[in-house]
Write a protein that binds this ligand. Structure first.
Ligand SMILES: Nc1ncnc2c1ncn2[C@@H]1O[C@H](COP(=O)(O)OP(=O)(O)OP(=O)(O)O)[C@@H](O)[C@H]1O
Length: 708
């Protein structure tokens, strides 16, 4: 069997195989391919610009010289591989005991072994009173791939704390050691592990397959001769393992404005995305909470599939599962609270025997886990916490300790070697860049392109939002234009009032961009903490697209308004330039606030003082001589004031042949203490823009780091 990024490789069967499943997939895929290439937007090049398996034209240069024959051979090998993995998957589905070794060994996609060992991991916090509180007492464990591990215990016992420490979500503040594959965890651990939050924010207008492609492309580089269609087949296998193949072309949705996949399917998509990223160890924080009993069971059952089929290690923090669900877990780490301490750490099937050894018999028809949980929940009157803690210390702790020591003796390939193994095998499908020894699997420019591409797709699908923005700009221009229709015939004071109103309108227009960045922040926070891409990649792509859209809407607004005002077209260039600089600077200000604020309401509240400062100290209604001397600086730094000032000078030059107007403008200049200083004006506007952008970028990054 031949390989693909993330799979273990065996020998390639060279014979061409056209299995039923393969054909079905091929047909579906080509249907989508056809739809995407037939002129719809986003265009095909945006969604995937890769060679058709049949050797058709490609825009990807690497591998373009390969002969059709060898491309055909690659395609046949790939089809054969996919068919065999589909058969193995079918076999897995049909077996009631999904974890049986015989079924596992059928899996051609089985990843190499991995283990996680933690020794004496504890966590203390310093309270405001100065005291230290132990949240998690020293806890140890050793777990190997192919196992589904349940972490259970009463509320507040430190399950999530332990999970966060193991997943490297907590960068410090804990003691103890954590080893991956018998070696100390290093910076590459994040590339081979995945943290799955309780509920994940995902872009609603993306399809399930596109979400998979996004994660996969950011974590695993596609070899040059692996086509878009081949990658899709590979991702379909991952979706099939989690029971999502039927919804692969459905939108994710948000359940309200866009009905997408169900809540249970979303949870499974969270897993599938990480699977497509090549993760070997999963840390899932309450993946079943909020789901119906049926969906919760399905989620755990699919996790079990994933574990067995790919040989993955999965930790799941879970609250009192039903007996059918509990039985799916291989291992159990049960904790009690006050502080968090282990009271059981072993195979799930041994729980009843363990309870018997401690002196408790599980009542007939009772769920053993419910029974056990009740006994170790300190708040319950029938709890026997001390008995279990003591029994664990005297009889079980040393067994766990020896498992840990044995685990530490076995040095499996480290994260880099695992990545190298995958990289090496993937090279069978074409050339690739050298493997990066960085937390980011892809270079910054690839991250930027992939993030930009997704943003463009999402924006292109939000046609209503775009149209509303465009029509809003047009309507605003018409309304303001009707008010100032005779401006061209009026005196300098009235014309300056028009410039003032125009600048005010441009200055507040950017407020509407705030909800977009706030809405996407939780998605970016999650993805950036998973080191899919750097925050800069997001901020840059958002900035470019937001600016382009703003420029388009702004241009329509200014042009229509200017045409209606009746002013001479000679000064259109100046009006356009200064209003655009002002709009861009104020937009940067609003995005800066949006990057800091908790939510949209807070952002509006925060942005008001800044907005008022610039709008009120505008040099026209409040001049340098009319404001208190100690507030004159506000006019000196106001982009609004500089924009009005430069428009006034432009008008004075434009109407140089009309004596009355020139005189009128002289009066305005004198009253408002204006100076014709275009370079100072540009410098001030550019400095403001630079400061707002820098604060936005830094705070976005800082906030993400704090919350990581
Ligand atoms: N950084 C911290 N500072 C103060 N207290 C903390 C900190 N981290 C965790 N805790 C406290 O430690 C306890 C354990 O929290 P944790 O979220 O790990 O528990 P849990 O078992 O996952 O709870 P639940 O099942 O309710 O989600 C809680 O009381 C929590 O408030």
């Amino acid at each position: 069997m031949s390989g693909h990024p993330g799979d273990r490789m065996d020998e390639d069967p060279e014979d061409p195989i056209a299995g039923v499943e393969t054909f079905a997939t091929q047909e579906q895929s080509s249907k989508v391919l056809h739809t995407r290439r037939s002129g719809s937007f986003p265009p095909a090049w945006l969604l995937g610009n890769f060679r058709d398996p049949a050797g058709e034209r490609t825009s990807r240069s690497v591998g373009a010289k390969a002969s059709d024959k060898s491309d055909g051979a690659i395609w046949q090998r790939w089809k054969s591989k996919m068919r065999m993995s589909a058969e193995a998957l079918d076999g897995l589905d049909k077996r009631p005991d999904v974890s049986s070794d015989s079924v596992r060994s059928q899996s051609s996609d089985r990843l190499s072994d991995a283990s996680l060992t933690f020794k004496e991991v504890s966590f203390d916090v310093r309270l405001r009173s100065g005291e230290t509180k132990q949240i998690l007492a020293p806890t140890s464990g050793h777990y190997e791939s192919g196992n589904l591990v349940a972490i259970m215990g009463p509320s507040g016992c430190g399950k999530s704390t332990l999970l966060d420490i193991l997943a490297a979500k907590k960068s410090g503040g804990y003691s103890g050691t954590i080893h991956f594959n018998g070696r100390p965890r290093d910076h590459l651990f994040q590339r081979v592990s995945a943290y799955v939050p309780q509920e994940e924010a995902m872009p609603k207008c993306l399809t399930v397959m596109e979400a998979m492609e996004f994660n996969s492309n950011l974590k695993i580089e596609r070899p040059s001769r692996m086509t878009w269609k081949m990658q899709r087949m590979w991702l379909e296998r991952r979706l099939a393992v989690l029971g999502l193949e039927k919804v692969k072309d459905h939108y994710i949705g948000d359940g309200t404005s866009l009905r997408g996949i169900s809540g249970g399917q979303k949870r499974r998509l969270s897993l599938a995305k990480r699977l497509a990223s090549g993760a070997r160890v999963f840390f899932c924080d309450e993946p079943t909470s909020g789901l119906s009993a049926t969906d919760a069971e399905a989620a755990v059952r699919y996790m079990k599939h994933m574990c067995g089929y790919y040989n993955i290690l999965v930790f799941v923090v879970i609250h009192q599962p039903r007996i059918e669900v509990a039985k799916l877990f291989d291992e159990l780490l049960l904790m009690t609270s006050g502080p968090g301490r282990a009271v059981y750490n072993g195979r799930m099937e041994d729980v009843i025997g363990y309870l018997h050894n401690v002196g408790f018999e599980v009542p007939v028809h009772a769920n053993p886990l419910d029974f056990f949980m009740d006994l170790v929940t300190p708040e319950r009157s029938d709890a026997r916490v001390d008995t279990f803690v003591q029994h664990y210390r005297q009889n079980a702790e040393h067994q766990v300790a020896s498992r840990v020591e044995a685990g530490l003796q076995v040095e499996l390939p480290g994260a880099f070697q695992l990545l190298e193994e995958v990289h090496h095998q993937a090279q069978k499908w074409g050339s690739m860049n050298p493997l990066r020894n960085s937390v980011y699997a892809r270079r910054f420019r690839s991250q930027l392109w992939l993030v930009f591409k997704r943003q463009l797709i999402l924006r292109s699908r939000d046609k209503r939002g775009f149209l509303a923005d465009l029509l809003g700009g047009l309507a605003k221009a018409v309304v303001v234009g009707v008010v100032y229709m005779r401006t061209g015939e009026l005196g300098a004071a009235q014309q300056t009032a028009f410039f003032f109103m125009l600048c005010m309108t441009c200055a507040i227009d950017g407020l509407k961009s705030m909800p977009a960045i706030i809405g996407e922040r939780s998605i970016v926070k999650m993805e950036a903490s998973e080191v899919l891409y750097s925050e800069w990649a997001y901020i840059l792509s958002f900035g470019v697209l937001n600016t382009l859209q703003m420029l388009l809407v702004h241009s329509i607004f200014i042009t229509v308004l200017f045409a209606m005002s009746g002013l001479r077209w000679q000064m259109y260039g100046d009006v356009y330039l200064w209003s655009t600089l002002l709009a861009a600077t104020m937009n940067a200000l609003y995005l800066m606030v949006a990057a800091i604020a908790k939510d949209a309401t807070t952002a509006i509240v925060f942005s008001s003082p800044f907005m008022m400062l610039f709008l009120l100290f505008n040099g026209f209604t409040a001049t340098r001589s009319s404001v208190v001397p100690w507030m004159r600086w506000a006019i000196d730094i106001s982009p609004v004031a500089y924009s009005i000032q430069q428009m006034v000078y432009a008008a004075k030059h434009t109407y140089a042949d009309e004596e009355n107007l020139v005189q009128g403008y002289e009066n305005v200049i004198q009253l408002s203490e204006y100076k014709d200083q275009p370079y100072t004006a540009i410098a001030v506007v550019a400095i403001c823009f630079g400061i707002f952008k820098s604060v936005q970028l830094t705070s976005f990054r800082l906030l993400n780091n704090i919350q990581r």
